[in-house]
Ligand binder design. Structure first.
Ligand code: MRU
Length: 352
């Protein structure tokens, strides 16, 4: 495997997990020690760790951290206690399907395994590690396939992205930023335009930080500047990640992605979604069925210690929106880039 970034948001340390505290970046780079199921659930909820694949990986380790505390030698009793652990983790964040996918994979694997409870605990740890390693390989494959579909241009590419779908959001390479990284290494990238991504500012804080780590030129714009930049011909392609993709290709991603896709269609700029097959929820026929997380309004009305709005105002704070498949030029997966209508062909490849 190629050497990749030095940014690993989730690190297994032999008996505990270290998470990069993504709420502290870019002001400070600190890691948080996670030694229990409850700490992991809280870290996912409070977005110390975030981004669909990274949430899945963290939940998988959370399952192990919970499982190792179970005091029984009886397999049935072990599995029934494990289901309670799964339930606690499922309740952390509702939209990113990787969370549910990873939990189900852990449960399925352990149900099929044989041996003592001690052995089953070991199987859980190994499965979490496997999910993590596979994600690195998956993201690299996404990057390589993405490079092939980026449009030919007489100059180097200016790629816009929204939120953070990078190393921090995955095992350590990125989906949308995986494509960006491949373009950079191939000498095809001029710069990244990173949407600030209100209200939590993942673009301003995290995507820009990741680009700076690697020397990739990056320009941060506020979300409401996107259509203007597209109109001026400043952007050649848009690549975003995904939190859940329905069977018809409708894609849930960070709030504001839909606005960007509409603006891209109007200006005839290709709009790509980069995501692993584990982000596709074939059980959902369309994006209308994707649950959308609503978060605390404080994310809207307060910046740092400053309250922005007068008392008496109400708020609506959906964390994600759904971009209809017809606005998406292609979905770039580890199996190649497909038209959203073709996504269904990959169904049998989704083993878990
Ligand atoms: O709320 P977040 O920060 O977890 O949202 C993250 C995103 O929307 C990402 O674009 C998505 O999870 C893809 S990460 C490869």
């Amino acid at each position: 495997m190629k050497t990749i970034t030095e940014v690993y948001p989730v690190i297994w340390k032999g008996d505990r997990v270290l998470l990069i505290d993504q709420n502290r970046l870019p002001i400070e780079y600190i890691t948080v020690e996670i030694t229990s199921l409850e700490e992991m659930a809280q870290a996912i909820k409070t977005m110390i760790v975030r981004g669909a694949p990274a949430i899945g990986i963290s939940a998988a380790y959370g399952m192990y951290l919970g499982a190792r505390e179970i005091q029984t030698e009886n397999k049935q009793e072990f599995l029934s206690q494990l289901e309670k652990i799964a339930q606690l983790l499922r309740a952390t964040r509702p939209t990113a399907v990787n969370l549910f996918w990873a939990i189900e994979r852990m449960l399925k694997t352990v149900r099929q395994a044989s041996g003592s409870v001690e052995k089953l605990k070991q199987v859980l740890l190994e499965t979490a590690q496997l999910i993590q390693v596979e994600d690195l390989q998956t993201c690299q494959a996404i990057g390589e396939h993405g490079l092939k579909v980026l449009p030919p241009t007489p100059h180097k590419l200016r790629i816009q992205t929204h939120c953070n779908a990078g190393a921090l959001a995955t095992a350590g390479y990125g989906t949308a930023l995986g494509v960006v990284r491949e373009a950079w290494r191939a000498g095809r990238l001029e710069r990244v335009y990173a949407d600030e991504t209100r209200p939590r500012l993942q673009g301003a804080k995290l995507t820009s930080w990741e680009c700076v780590q690697e020397g990739i030129p990056v320009t941060v714009i506020t979300d409401n500047m996107a259509a203007h930049c597209l109109k001026l011909g400043m952007i050649d392609a848009i690549v975003v990640g995904a939190d859940r993709i329905a069977a018809n290709g409708d894609t849930a991603n960070k709030i504001g992605t839909y606005n960007l896709a509409i603006a891209a269609k109007y200006h005839n700029i290709p709009f790509f979604v980069a995501a692993s097959l584990s982000t596709v929820d074939f059980k959902l026929a369309t994006g209308a069925e994707i649950p959308i997380e609503e978060r605390d309004p404080v994310e809207i009305y307060q910046v740092g210690d400053t309250r922005l709005t007068p008392p008496g105002v109400e708020f609506y704070n959906p964390a994600f929106d759904v971009t209809p498949a017809e606005l998406i030029s292609a979905i770039i997966t580890e199996y190649g880039a497909l038209a959203p209508t073709e996504l269904i062909k990959l169904r049998e490849k989704q083993v878990f």
